[in-house]
Ligand binder design. Structure first.
Ligand code: GTQ
Length: 345
């Protein structure tokens, strides 16, 4: 295997011009850029978005831009590796913080990318997906899968903020991203499926042979259950990391095709050294304070902060006090593409 490959500069100028005129380019000067040895060379850098810093900007957006002029009033969390204005936090994950004020509505639309919300603050917000009204309480995971009509509303008295996670970057790259609009949806007068069909883990509605199961049967994962489950696992799980993946209650598969969601609990004083993984991650702090070292950079985080790690990052989490994090990642995509990988440290 050649250590150094030929460069563009060592080729005669007339040859380079002739290639350009013919619409071709030599591979070898670019070979190591597109196929680096041993591991990817991410452009993505670890990011940290302090809620204390972003919240006032979001509140100001509420004063400056009525929701009618924004459709979705969102500040996008830009990957520092790509710089200001980058519409992504990792190569496949878009993250935004969305503000809805009391009485406002964000109109119904559907789009090819899938979205999920993690609620950050406020009471009374809700999302309607295909007629199902999903209450939004702090820490809840609420899905709006690709192709499903969704709108947002707010029946409370204080601002509501949530974190949007979308697989948008990949759809943009594939030139597959578009939306359609519609009037606000009629809401069915019944609680969401997490409170009816899937109230108890391990139970699903009995169905006749050949009956259709909805592709996304449960679209709200209430935080109270997530926290209770993690606490029990922490109590009985020995030294194992306390983590739970969000799954489709009918199939056990990841909740969405591309993005995965994992809830984590760190016990007081605990340090976690996860293996290096090929998927990039975005971490959102639901509760607690701690620090994470990501590729040698130390991030001190607290409630409602968000931070990110590129693929194969060396990550050490340390919780100064009991802490709960939500991790958004693209392991489902990488497993479907058959290259997801974990490496011991
Ligand atoms: O709430 O439907 O952050 O369509 C970006 C695009 C949120 C949404 C975003 C969207 C939405």
């Amino acid at each position: 295997m050649a250590e150094t490959l030929g460069t563009l500069e060592e080729l005669p100028l007339d040859y380079r011009e002739a290639m350009t005129a013919a619409g071709v380019a030599p591979l070898w000067p670019m070979m190591r850029n597109v196929l680096p040895h041993g591991a990817p060379k991410p452009v993505t850098k670890p990011g940290f978005w302090s809620y204390e810093a972003v919240r006032p900007l979001l509140v100001r957006a509420g004063e400056l831009t009525p929701v009618e002029k924004a459709e979705r009033r969102v500040l996008v969390l830009s990957d520092p590796g790509r710089g200001a204005g980058a519409m992504l936090a990792t190569p496949s994950i878009y993250i935004g913080l969305q503000l809805l004020l009391p009485g406002e509505t964000a109109p119904a639309h559907r789009h090819t990318p899938s979205a999920a919300r993690i609620i950050v603050e406020g009471k009374g917000g809700f999302t309607v997906v295909d007629g199902e009204k999903l209450p939004m309480e702090v820490g809840d995971l609420v899905l709006t899968p690709g192709g499903e009509w969704h709108d947002h509303g707010h029946e409370g008295t204080e601002p509501v903020v949530w974190l949007d996670a979308l697989d948008l970057p990949l759809f943009v790259y594939l030139e597959g991203s578009y939306a359609e609009e519609a009037p606000l949806q009629a809401q069915r007068n019944r609680p969401d499926a997490s409170q009816v069909e899937y109230l108890a883990s391990g139970l699903a509605p009995a169905r006749g042979r050949g009956a259709q199961v909805r592709r996304y049967p449960m679209m709200r994962y209430p935080w109270v259950r997530t926290e209770a489950a993690l606490r029990e696992m922490a109590k009985w799980g020995g030294e194992d990391p306390v983590e739970a993946d969000f799954v489709n209650p009918e199939t056990g598969e990841d909740v969405l095709p591309i993005m995965g969601f994992t809830a984590m609990m760190l016990r007081e004083g605990e340090t976690l050294r996860p293996p290096l993984v090929s998927s990039a991650s975005v971490f959102h702090v639901v509760k607690g304070h701690g620090t994470s070292r990501i590729n040698g950079e130390t991030i001190a985080w607290g409630p409602k902060d968000t931070f990110s790690a590129p693929c194969f990052a060396e990550i050490d989490h340390h919780a100064g006090e009991e802490a709960f994090l939500m991790r958004v990642h693209d392991r489902p995509l990488q497993e479907k593409l058959r290259f997801y990988e974990e490496r011991a440290r």
